[in-house]
Ligand binder design. Structure first.
Ligand code: HEM
Length: 164
């Protein structure tokens, strides 16, 4: 049961995370999707979806910490699990600053700060590579493919902005 919960929460977190990236990245290749209803829904609820991602990430992390008996006071835990813990830290920063007050206070820096989400993207790709260590199921491949696709779209976005 715990293994099942660990798996479900990890993928719910991943799906919610990808849902936060979709509206701004998918239109790089499908510009006509700009006006689509689903995009407006995702954009409107992006902050809430981000918080859901954070919540499921925490549950996944806590289950792992309990089942593996991780010592949170040991430096080795932070070294061994830096990809998961690093992405949770980023999600925490984004969650805490996902409110109108922070947007007003941080102004232009808010956007810069929230670009940290792409650092979490890199960490999560590493997370799958390191945490699963070759024992990949079909759903691990789906997760890896989705994260890689988001990375490609993001890089394409940067390239297009830089060229034009
Ligand atoms: C405290 C932070 C975290 C820790 C300690 C952690 C640890 C782990 C470990 C040990 C595994 C391998 C489990 C296994 O062998 O079956 C794993 C898998 C996974 N984690 Fe995390 N993780 C953390 C955060 C995250 C976050 C933030 C996400 C996504 C937003 C995430 C998504 C996943 C996914 C999708 C898998 C693959 C599950 C599978 O295909 O079996 N993890 N994690």
């Amino acid at each position: 049961m715990t293994a099942f919960l660990e798996l479900v929460t990890s993928y719910l977190a991943l799906i919610a995370y990808i849902a936060t990236l979709l509206p701004s990245n998918l239109i790089v290749v499908f510009s006509s999707w700009k006006k689509f209803y689903w995009r407006r829904i995702l954009l409107k609820n992006r902050r809430k979806i981000g918080l859901i991602c954070f919540l499921f990430s925490i549950i996944h992390g806590v289950i792992i910490a309990q089942t593996r008996g991780l010592d949170m006071l040991s430096l080795n835990t932070y070294i061994d699990y830096f990809t998961g813990l690093g992405s949770i830290l980023i999600f925490a920063i984004l969650a805490v600053t996902s409110n109108n007050w922070s947007i007003r206070k941080l102004r232009k820096n808010w956007k810069k700060l929230h670009r940290l989400t792409y650092f979490a993207l890199m960490l999560l790709i590493l997370h799958l590579l390191l945490a699963k260590q070759g024992e990949w199921d079909w759903y691990t491949w789906c997760g890896f493919f989705s994260l890689s696709l988001m990375t490609c779209l993001w890089l394409l976005r940067i390239l297009l902005r830089w060229r034009f």
